[in-house]
Design a protein around this ligand. Structure first.
Ligand code: URA
Length: 192
C-alpha cells in the first residue's frame, strides 16, 4: 500500500482506545523511499495538535542532533511506534503517559506497513518503546544502544538509541547529547 493510502487508513484507526482522547493520528513523514527511518515513541502534545511527528521540544533536540551527526533531517523518514498521543490532564496541561505494551502491539501493523512501503536500509529506534516494538519486549536499549543488528526475519539493519526526551531530562545533558549524537553518527556511517 502507498504511504498516502496508509496515512488515510490510519487516520480512522480504532485498534486501541487512544484515538478517543487524542486530536488526530500522527502518521510518519519524510521521503517515500528514505534510506533511513527513525522511530520514536508516540506524538507529544505539540505533535498531536500539529498532526506532524517531532515538532515539539524533543523534536527540536532531535533535529539538532541529526544535523550534528552529519545527517539531513529532510532525508529521513520520521515516525512513531504509537500514532496517537496518550496523556493525562493536569489542569490545562496534558502530561505524556507511556503507551502500554498492548497499545504498542495494536499500533505495530502501521509501523510494519511503513517499513514495507519505505524499505529503509537502516532503522533507528529512539527509545525503548520503539526498540521493543521492533526487536521484542526483552530488548534493552541500555545494553545494546549504538549497536547495529537486523530486524527479525529481515535484512534491514537497525540501531537503537535513547529517546531525545531522555536527553532533555538527563542530569548531565551535554554528555547525554554527545552520546546521542555519537549513536546517530554510527547510524550515518553504517549507510556510507
Ligand atoms: N516524541 C516522540 O517519540 N515522537 C514525537 O513525534 C514527538 C515526541
Amino acid at each position: 500500500m502507498s504511504l498516502a493510502s496508509l496515512r488515510r487508513a490510519a487516520s480512522t484507526c480504532r485498534q486501541c482506545d487512544l484515538y478517543k482522547n487524542a486530536t488526530q493520528t500522527v502518521f510518519g513523514e519524510g521521503p517515500a523511499h528514505a534510506r533511513m527511518m527513525m522511530v520514536g515513541e508516540q506524538p507529544g502534545d505539540q505533535e498531536d495538535k500539529a498532526g506532524e511527528p517531532f515538532v515539539g521540544p524533543a523534536g527540536r533536540l532531535l533535529t539538532a542532533a541529526i544535523a550534528d551527526a552529519g545527517l539531513d533531517r529532510s532525508t529521513v523518514y520520521l515516525t512513531n511506534a504509537v500514532k496517537h498521543f496518550k496523556f493525562t490532564e493536569r489542569g490545562k496541561r496534558r502530561i505524556h503517559q507511556k503507551p502500554s505494551r498492548t497499545e504498542a502491539v495494536a499500533c505495530h501493523p502501521w509501523l510494519l506497513e511503513e517499513l514495507a512501503a519505505v524499505k529503509p536500509e537502516l532503522v533507528v529506534c529512539l527509545g525503548a518503546v520503539a526498540a521493543q516494538s521492533l526487536l521484542g519486549p526483552s530488548f534493552l536499549v541500555t545494553r545494546h544502544r549504538g549497536e547495529i543488528s537486523t530486524l527479525p526475519e529481515s535484512t534491514t539493519r537497525v540501531l537503537a538509541t535513547v529517546h531525545p526526551s531522555a536527553v532533555l531530562r538527563a542530569e548531565d545533558r551535554d554528555a547525554a547529547y554527545r552520546d546521542f549524537v555519537n549513536d546517530l553518527t554510527a547510524a550515518r556511517t553504517a549507510l556510507e
